[in-house]
Design a protein around this ligand. Sequence first.
Ligand SMILES: Cc1cc2nc3c(=O)[nH]c(=O)nc-3n(C[C@H](O)[C@H](O)[C@H](O)COP(=O)(O)OP(=O)(O)OC[C@H]3O[C@@H](n4cnc5c(N)ncnc54)[C@H](O)[C@@H]3O)c2cc1C
Length: 500
Amino acid sequence: MRSGLAVAVAALVAVASAQNTCDLVASQTSIESYKRFEIQYTSEQTEYWSTSCGDLKPSCILMPTTAQEVAAIVSILGTNNESFAIKSGGHNPNNYFASIDGGPLISTKKLDQVILDPVAQTVRVGPGNRWDDVSAALDGSGYTAVGGRIGNVGVGGYMLGGGLSFMSTEYGWAANSVLEFELVLANASIVHVTESKYPDLFMALKGGGNNFGIVTSYLLQAYPQGDVWGGNLIFDATPEVTTAILAAVRDFTENYDDEKAGIIVTAERTLATLLDIWVIFLYYNGPEPPADVFDKFFAISKFKLNTCKTQSMNSLLSGNNWAVLKGSVYTIGTETMPLPNEANGAEVMQKIFDHWVNVSDTVKLVPGVVASVAFQPLPKKLAQVAKDKGGDMIDVDADIDRIVLELDYSFWPNGSYTEIDQTMQDTYSGFKTIVEDYQDSGLLPKDVYLPLFQNDCFYPQDYFGRLKPEKLALARRVQAEVDPKGFWKTRTGGFKIPSS
Ligand SMILES: Cc1cc2nc3c(=O)[nH]c(=O)nc-3n(C[C@H](O)[C@H](O)[C@H](O)COP(=O)(O)OP(=O)(O)OC[C@H]3O[C@@H](n4cnc5c(N)ncnc54)[C@H](O)[C@@H]3O)c2cc1C
């Protein structure tokens, strides 16, 4: 016979384990859940861009199929204090943002609808899609949604970070084309957030990350779409080519008025083999670009490869998936710079590039290390379209042209994370110092707003602190309204709103 104490202890243990979200979801709902060592669990854990996220081990992976099931999970989470994570495409490489060790992971993978309404010109998209799923579903429909430039990127996190698209100069950040967010709040209620019903929450979600709830679908404006033109140009990064490309991207950002064009200009160094290349991603919304649009890039005649052609949006986005190489630990970081004018362009752009080369050289012995830097135009025209479409948290003014610098370091051993972490911080901090020095010496415009682009931020970067004070205040106000107990703030990872 068991003693009274043993029975009491067993009862306590039972109560404690019943508080565990995975067990409660299993006992109280029919929501599918993958457990450790199951094939689906292992397979789901490979669906991260960075292997360091996939190496973290959630206690279970919950696979809701409806907003109601997400609400049921949130309701159960409300009965305990477990940390948890929400994952859509798993492309954010910051550990603990869409990944977790020990707590439950909510995967939105089965929230995967893509429903076009050609009459209303809208498309409802589940966060579990990747952008090539969306473009595949819309292929041949004559419509598109504003989304990722590389098909494999997930919809859920991309959208909540604002979303920079090839179509952004034409239609704004991807978030500017959201008409409604279906959202599960911390109190487990499901709300349909539109500009007219919840103006502040609607604004806060356009660049506010995972601070306000779990989005279970996005209703997006659909735009008429025919064939597009695009692909990649690849060059060896000789000094002459680098000078010409830096001049071309500066010129494109300042002078280029055709909102149907988009580019990403990326330099990449595979440090072990000393292979330095430039990869230019080109896009034009039409079967052929007008003659003058990309001339400066094509005038750099020594390209190794040119894959540009007329194709469907789905073919373009899927074709760009070659850039998603799995099997490495990834880190991402960013800084935003004002565009230098033509007279100062060569000096300023070269200084930025040289700083990146010099810092990345310091980690060349890290196994498998690849360094990349992308120059992403953020022209005045994009800022104006974003404002015209109702604005967002990023709230860039149309007073100056900017470039969003995006950095990646990828490498093989997780044991090198600390070294690369410091290198990443040194790289973007150095960019900031270069910009400030040129502002002081008059080569770059001073007193301009330079927010960080959340989707490219490294985990220590102060995304919210770099927003305009009124937007930070709005985020705090909305958080106090919809999450007074700090459910999302204290129990999930991601960029969190700093307390006042
Ligand atoms: C190869 C590559 C190309 C990229 N290209 C672009 C680009 O062209 N433009 C651009 O803007 N960005 C780009 N990014 C950055 C990308 O947008 C971000 O990494 C983004 O977070 C990825 O979205 P995801 O759904 O895959 O996010 P995940 O990694 O799944 O999640 C990221 C964050 O969002 C939260 N989240 C995810 N889904 C939800 C949801 N439904 N509700 C609430 N919170 C949620 C997570 O909790 C997490 O904090 C690229 C990244 C990579 C790796």
